[in-house]
Ligand binder design. Structure first.
Ligand SMILES: Cc1ncc(COP(=O)(O)O)c(C=O)c1O
Length: 330
């Protein structure tokens, strides 16, 4: 998917021109994958652009940095404000936000010394549907790939770290090479884990089933939103370990993710879901989810952050130098 260039990027406390947002080729993260990042959607609403679960995404960014012991040079309030600023300065009504914290220039060793800086960037770009417009209605055909997700004692999947995505790229590209829309990976013990960049739900006899965090998944914020929305409408949800063949017995199935939103799955390994495409529960959850953004679904969980109605003091950024007390505050 090509990048829609914006005008400005927020970097280390200030907005800079898009073209000037560059890194040195010997940056630590480029060699060793030592970055943590988020993907956040900003939706156009009747009250202007609104970030979806922005606080939860920034919390997860800090959690990821904590797992990898990456010192955070800015506090949460500054990063929240940076997200708003990146959207508003670029005049975007809807956007994909990409905050990234990465080990920069300063050393070639695996273990970063004190001279390796931590850089923080927030980009905001215009973005469409990740798995295609059509997939939202008709569903996507997926395959279980030959690549497993990392075992829990190898690479921590609860951290959304750059290095993890070398696995997601293998999973997704293998599936696409074989003509599928996306790949699903099993965990190291052979149980269903998740899509390359999406969590997975199976619906069977009216119950929503999704693999637990111990199945090498990223603990998705959209996944959590679906669990809560399902509870709101009285649906039963079970987090449970699943063997691969459960995918072949699904009445309905869908992916969740910031990029994928709620995307129905039409078939797995050439076996159609029992309802043949997007099922009624999936459609109802999509309607409830997307209704949040035209306000036809009440925002009863307080998930929307309306960027134009934020108090002025929250939209000011502070530089690291202005806040030395927050250095290493992970
Ligand atoms: C590997 C992986 N799993 C699941 C997800 C879904 O997470 P979220 O809903 O928080 O975007 C993502 C997307 O960030 C992901 O990269």
């Amino acid at each position: 998917m090509p990048i829609n260039a914006s005008k400005y990027i927020w970097k280390n406390g200030q907005l800079i021109d898009w073209e000037k947002a560059t890194v040195h080729v010997l940056s630590h993260a480029l060699h060793y994958g030592s970055s943590v990042f988020e993907g956040i959607r900003v939706y156009a609403t009747p009250d202007g652009p609104a970030g979806f679960r922005l606080d939860d995404h920034i919390d997860r960014l800090f959690d990821s940095a904590r797992i990898h012991r990456i010192p955070m040079p800015f506090d949460r309030a500054t990063l929240l404000a940076a997200c708003r600023e990146a959207v508003l300065a670029n005049g975007l009504e809807s956007a994909y936000l990409r905050p990234i914290v990465f080990r920069g220039y300063g050393g070639l060793g695996l273990v970063p010394g004190p001279d390796v800086e931590t850089d923080v960037v927030v980009a905001a770009v215009a973005w469409g549907k990740y798995l295609g417009e059509e997939a939202m209605e008709r569903g996507v055909d997926v395959a279980v790939t030959s690549w497993n997700r990392p075992a829990p004692n190898t690479i921590p999947t609860l951290a959304k770290a750059g290095g993890n995505y070398i696995s997601g790229t293998l999973i997704s590209s293998e599936a696409k090479r074989h003509g599928y829309g996306e790949g699903i990976a099993l965990s190291a013990d052979g149980l269903v884990s998740e899509g390359a960049g999406e969590n997975l739900f199976v619906i069977r006899k009216g119950v929503l089933l999704t693999p637990p965090v111990a199945s090498s998944i990223l603990s998705g914020i959209t996944r959590d939103s679906v669990v809560r929305m399902a509870h709101d409408v009285g649906l039963e949800v079970r987090e449970q370990a699943m063997p691969r063949e459960m995918l072949y017995l699904a009445d309905e199935m869908f992916f969740t993710g910031t990029a994928a939103e709620i995307t129905p799955i039409r078939s797995v390994d050439g076996i159609s879901v029992r309802c043949g495409g997007r099922g009624p529960i999936t459609a109802a959850l999509q309607e409830r989810f997307f209704g949040l953004f035209d306000h036809s679904t009440p925002d009863s969980h307080g998930w929307l952050d309306h960027f134009r109605s934020q108090p002025a003091e929250q939209t000011q950024t502070q530089s690291f130098e202005e806040m030395p007390h927050v250095a290493n505050a992970v």
